[in-house]
Design a protein around this ligand. Sequence first.
Ligand SMILES: Cc1cc2nc3c(=O)[nH]c(=O)nc-3n(C[C@H](O)[C@H](O)[C@H](O)COP(=O)(O)OP(=O)(O)OC[C@H]3O[C@@H](n4cnc5c(N)ncnc54)[C@H](O)[C@@H]3O)c2cc1C
Length: 397
Amino acid sequence: MTESKTIAIAGGGIGGLSAALALGIHDIPTHVYEQAEAFKEAGAGIGLGPNAMRVLNRWGLGQELREVGCAPDYLLARNARDARILGRLPMGQAFIEKYGASYLTIHRSDLHTILQQAVKKQSKTQFYLKHRLESVNLLAEGLDLKFKDSLEQHQAQVLVGADGLNSLVRSSIFSTDKPRSSGHCAYRALITLRDLPKGVDQDFIGIWMGSRLHVVHYPVRGGNYLNLVVLIESHEQQAQAGWDLVPSADKINADLKFALQACCNELQELIRRVEDWRCWCLFDRDPLQHASQMAQGRVALLGDAAHPMLPYLAQGAGMAIEDAACLAQHWQQSTLPAAQRLLNYANARWQRVSRVQQRARRNGSIYHAQGVMRMARDAALKLGGSQLMDMPWLYAG
Ligand SMILES: Cc1cc2nc3c(=O)[nH]c(=O)nc-3n(C[C@H](O)[C@H](O)[C@H](O)COP(=O)(O)OP(=O)(O)OC[C@H]3O[C@@H](n4cnc5c(N)ncnc54)[C@H](O)[C@@H]3O)c2cc1C
């Protein structure tokens, strides 16, 4: 049995590793329990807003991240049907000047590897792979943790649930409600630079807004790949969140190609370059309504375990990184009881993440608008342009 003064973190994703790193910076030791046999990140690209990048820069990871990521010069919004330009938001240097950091696009596994190496370098964290947390028992002075197919019993002073959308920590301590299926699917692919159609350069984020769909692409891996994501409203029943390893040709034809048939040639041409699609069914939860949804007694939630959101603001990982920094900051107040420190963390976080969850849902309906709403959206973007696309409340917050 391990000693009971540790902070246990369930989950070694971007959120769990960020928490271990942030606490380690303050010399606070942690135990990270990850169900997988090895650390890995599914999926492809991810966008990190300047809000998340400022935190990562403070943790000393900026240089390494920029070496494997890309800092696009601008965001270009276009109409998916006729390729009309709807708006352009300067990013690059403009974001550095305005928000103190660039917007970075990066392969998720590159981000995960850099976080992992940074945590290992600190030597403050003990990793337990193949440890799927199965039950949590609250004791007078701490917690008892049990794991699947194991007789081991670990004790901890507090537990941080960073165990994702279907969090066991959440369902054991907070609430057993299920995540909400949005009915939307994300099809994603990586296209190598040499396979790109002429004229698609690699220094911007492209977003194409259609009816009941949108498409996003941006460079990753130093600009050697284009990360392409097509987000559609599927007409198939979605049972489970997660990567559908390889969608069948029938599913691609019925779902993806059907949705894209009214799109412009430029977009069709890009789509034709894809060899392998992966598909993800999108789930979220209702926006948080109070701090007790993020911390109760000696247990706190972080990242998707606390506030899963639709990816339409590209902030799920960003919010997990901000959570981690905030948790470490409040945990340092060592004169306060443990439960109070966790509650202070939750109080500091829940309103901001709730707003991001709400805005992510709202963005989904704007990006996928139909009929008159679509025309109003396009006209507003044409008029408001960069002002409508920028989000100082989020990026500067
Ligand atoms: C299509 C798509 C695009 C996205 N794009 C962006 C973007 O551009 N920018 C952005 O910021 N975010 C984006 N996101 C959101 C982002 O991916 C997530 O918010 C982020 O990965 C959440 O990290 P997490 O560590 O909280 O959870 P997860 O990544 O789910 O990690 C949870 C970890 O816990 C482990 N685990 C689960 N249960 C247990 C258990 N019982 N015991 C032990 N371990 C357990 C899992 O194996 C996993 O390693 C996107 C999401 C999707 C679906």
